[in-house]
Design a protein around this ligand. Structure first.
Ligand code: GLN
Length: 310
């Protein structure tokens, strides 16, 4: 029997976690993110039969931040193929925070350990086909439109600018990788593309639908069209399991046990085979950078429906 989440369940979970919105810290290293309201919490579940339920601030939009790393990886893999991509970025968890520079210097050859840390994500974004940042971002947005089945999705210019102007660490990672020939071309153009990619703005149901396409082996939910080749969707979900929740991926696998990717805005996208896509949002983050309320929602969802893949 197919497992389903009812409207009553999501309403109950949101009610429960609304008592915890004061815990944690809203990210402020990207100045525009600091303005996020910690009370804006939401959950969305997109089942593979096309039914979608949501609760909380479902009309609110937020930026996807690091969740974009999964989408950029899927597109770069489709553009360049597995061999090309994995010659330049590794497949192993780092155990370090997402913006760490440490292992770039100690790994030999000097390539980023995986596509979910910032160094790896910058290298992946550099591989998206297109001659200008606008062309690359335009292709990524067109891909997101297909995944969400919604052509209105855009990036938030203010948040993109705010990150671009303060992305000192990401610039250093990119310069380091340029020195070591992991990336090529203009660093400023790469940062322009990457910060716009991270600032793609969605609501909770749109994000849940994107997660559902990955859960559905890369096929569109309603039409069944293969948007992402099955093997590439599988690679993306595997990285979500091993590296999706930063250096808390191991404990998350035990606590929740689903492929999921977190973003510093407080969003998390999950993809569960034979079930669907999940999106949770809550801007206040724990010490590892994962949404406090989001973790609670995922834990309740996973235990109630027995979704752990392990
Ligand atoms: N745009 C953010 C950054 O590069 C994404 C990080 C995140 O969501 N963890 O710092």
């Amino acid at each position: 029997m197919q497992k389903k989440v009812s409207q009553g369940m999501v309403d109950e979970w949101i009610e429960h976690v609304s008592a915890f919105t004061q815990l944690g810290k809203v990210a402020d290293y990207i100045p525009a993110l600091e303005k996020q309201d910690r009370e804006n919490i939401a959950i969305g579940v997109y089942h593979l039969d096309g039914e979608c339920v949501g609760a909380g601030k479902t009309e609110n939009t937020f930026t996807i931040q690091s969740i974009s790393k999964v989408l950029a990886l899927a597109l770069a893999l489709m553009d360049q193929g597995e061999d090309y991509v994995f010659a330049r970025v590794g497949k192993e968890p780092s155990g370090d925070p997402f913006h760490s520079i440490a292992k770039l210097e100690t790994t030999n050859p000097s390539k980023p350990l995986n596509p979910m840390i910032n160094a790896g994500a910058l290298a992946v974004t550099n591989m998206i086909e297109g001659t200008t940042p606008d062309e690359k971002v335009g292709r990524l947005l067109a891909f997101v439109h297909e995944l969400a089945n919604d052509h209105s999705i855009q990036y938030d210019q203010e948040i993109a600018n705010s990150e671009y102007e303060t992305a000192y660490l990401n610039r250093s990672l990119a310069f380091f990788m340029k020195q070591h020939h992991v990336i090529e071309g203009s660093i400023e153009e790469l940062l322009d593309t990457y910060t716009k990619q991270c600032a793609i703005e969605v609501n909770i149901k749109q994000l849940a639908r994107i997660g559902a396409v990955f859960a559905n082996e890369g096929k569109d939910i309603e039409s069944g069209r293969q948007i992402i080749p099955r093997q590439l969707a599988r690679i993306c979900k595997t990285f979500m399991v091993t590296c999706g929740m930063y250096d808390a991926s191991g404990s998350f696998a035990i606590r929740v046990g689903i492929p999921a990717k977190s973003g510093v805005s407080g969003a998390v996208m999950g993809s569960v085979k034979d079930f669907g896509g999940i999106a949770v949002f809550g801007p206040a983050l724990d010490e590892k950078g994962n949404s406090v309320v989001g973790m609670q929602l995922l834990e309740m969802l996973s235990s109630r429906l027995e979704l752990s893949i392990f």
